[in-house]
Design a protein around this ligand. Structure first.
Ligand SMILES: [Ca+2]
Ligand SMILES: [Ca+2]
Length: 563
């Protein structure tokens, strides 16, 4: 409970800023359900702050589900289920933790029922705690909670103006174990292993030897696996599931091929719970025409949900689909190169792609990367689409700052960059990315270090920095989606401006200002007489003779018009 008190207290300190940011968003909830166009959607997602968490590693809100399905904690270090769950995410949400960071969307690892057993892929005995080893696309993983928990979480997020992305896996099933029977041969291929030399050796192959690859390229009708129908029968829902599948195939006229079953199952969660978008797993490992089919059905499901739940509808923004095309970065434009052919994923259902280049770009000149991203997203090849930047992630062994030497600079770079920002859980608490005894990606997936926050050391100051930047970003879509302009090289000063629906949003950021009194030229971004608010210190100042004078204890200044 100590950690809860600390988290709540820290939120109160920043309460004023958080409330102003929240009111602006929640005030419009449910009122504007006019469909938005893709340009507006790109603004929403390029200015979004997406909080990505591993549900099993975030917060344990319900200890009764910790050993669901009889799984033991006998895996290698950080490779068993650790107790985190949907109830824990909800609890954190209700405490205002995500609001305090300016988070506009939550992306959780997949919540579907995982394989019951474990496998060793060479990194030690591992369970499906991460959610990417599906056993049943129609059930919630009991270690993470129930459908009621899921509904409560999505509804609570929407009430706060926060969107929820479902992490969707269609490329592969979970591994086969002593407790998890193989999928039929007409559903999956079990070889050869992908070697990434060209398109075929990236798509028509197994990602790793233990992951059966769904035959997403086949149109051949297949029967449901007996293991699945027997499971549904035991759970008393066989007839309902079969009837729903009959309806789906009758409506769509799709053949009963493997991918269409999975598309039906994945989109049902959107139709019933109102997920605002997908984060598509392993997007480059199945055909891009499949993602277009999935998007089409998901849009239909989202429209159905909106029609059935008018009071819960956030706004008119369309269903969003963001892809994990491993290795994609904005410099590649729209054409991802497989070696023997290129694919424009944005032309196949994706509204946004994860940017695997940011962690490297962030280490270079800030103005170079800010200018390049802003130009690409506003006038260049990426106009009308979104990217999602990150400094660390669950699969990336070479993050921006593996040793967490620069948790302040990481926030400044990530949260002020053009494009969407992904906060990976614990970036804001400098959660260690090296864990004694852990092998491979387990290092990146330790349980959330709430205890560091409770200690009240420098972790508190790090979190406060992330919160100030996150709230500034949330209050000002110009930060992520506006036109970037360098105003001064040293100390670095830049502006971002964005005009939407006749309203303009403009900000001016000044770095390396030193603590104490500083005089900052505003370069005509704000006319004389404009009252400005520094989002970092909370200080106010009026523009006089083209400049403002501020006395703050910080060397970062985040200026916007006082509203
Ligand atoms: Ca639990
Ligand atoms: Ca595949």
């Amino acid at each position: 409970m100590m950690q809860t008190a600390t988290r709540a207290a820290a939120f109160v300190i920043l309460g004023t800023l958080a409330i102003s940011a929240c009111t602006a968003d929640s005030g419009t909830r449910g009122r504007d359900s006019t469909p938005a166009d893709s340009a507006t959607s790109a603004i929403v997602w390029n200015s979004a702050t997406v909080y990505f968490l591993l549900t099993d590693r975030f917060e344990n809100g319900d200890s009764t589900n910790d050993f669901a399905l009889g799984r033991a904690r006998d895996g290698a270090v950080l490779r068993s289920f650790q107790g985190g769950d949907l109830a824990g995410v909800l609890q954190t949400l209700e405490e205002g933790y995500f609001d305090s960071l300016g988070v506009s969307a939550i992306w959780m690892t997949p919540f579907l029922e995982q394989i019951h057993g474990s496998v060793d892929e060479g990194t030690g005995k591992t369970y499906g705690y991460h959610g990417y080893w599906t056993r049943d696309w129609t059930a919630v993983e009991p270690a993470l909670g129930t459908e009621d928990d899921l509904r409560a979480l999505v509804d609570a997020a929407h009430r706060r103006g926060i969107r929820v992305l479902m992490d969707a896996v269609i490329n592969h099933t979970g591994p086969v174990t002593a407790q998890d029977p193989p999928w039929p041969a007409d559903w999956v291929r079990t070889g050869p292993n992908c070697n990434y030399r060209d398109y075929a050796t990236t798509v028509e192959c197994t990602l790793v030897a233990t992951l059966p690859d769904i035959l997403t390229d086949s149109d051949r009708p297949v029967e449901l696996p007996a293991a699945l129908t027997e499971k549904w029968e035991r759970e008393g829902r066989l007839e309902r599931e079969l009837a729903e599948l009959d309806d789906f195939f009758e409506r769509t006229r799709y053949p009963r091929a493997p991918r269409y079953y999975v598309i039906k199952w994945l989109t049902d969660w959107v139709r019933e719970f109102g997920f605002d978008g997908y984060r598509i797993d392993t997007a480059k490992h199945f055909g891009e025409t499949v993602s277009a089919e999935l998007k089409q059905e998901a849009e239909r499901a989202f429209a159905d949900w909106k029609e059935a739940h008018p009071p819960e509808v956030l706004d008119g923004h369309p269903f969003y689909m963001m892809g994990e095309v491993y290795g994609y970065e904005p410099g590649q434009g729209r054409a991802f190169d497989f070696g023997d052919r290129t694919v424009d994923f944005f032309a196949h259902g994706y509204d946004g792609l994860i940017n695997f280049g940011f962690k490297g770009d962030a280490a270079g000149s800030l103005d170079e990367v800010f200018t390049r991203y802003s130009t690409a997203l506003r006038e260049g090849t990426l106009r009308g689409v979104a990217i999602l930047n990150y400094v660390s992630s669950h699969d990336d062994g070479s993050p921006y700052d593996r040793d967490r030497r620069d948790p302040f600079g990481a926030a400044t770079r990530l949260l002020l960059a053009p494009g969407g920002a992904q906060i990976y859980y614990g970036d804001e608490l400098a959660r260690p990315l090296n864990v004694e005894g852990a092998t491979g990606d387990a290092n990146l997936r330790s349980f959330m270090n709430w205890q560091d926050l409770a200690r009240g050391d420098s972790t508190t100051a790090i979190l406060e920095h992330w919160r100030k930047l996150g709230q500034f970003r949330r209050a000002h879509p110009a930060v992520g989606a506006g036109a970037h302009r360098r105003l001064q090289g040293e100390p670095y000063v830049f502006s971002r401006t964005l005009a939407v629906d006749g309203r303009s949003d403009r900000v001016l950021v000044a770095m390396d200002q030193g603590t104490g009194t500083k005089v900052i030229p505003v370069f005509g971004v704000f006319p004389d007489g404009t009252e400005l608010l520094d989002g970092y210190s909370g200080e106010r100042a009026t523009v006089t003779n083209g400049q403002v004078s501020l006395a703050t204890g910080f060397d970062l200044v985040l200026l916007s018009e006082r509203r």
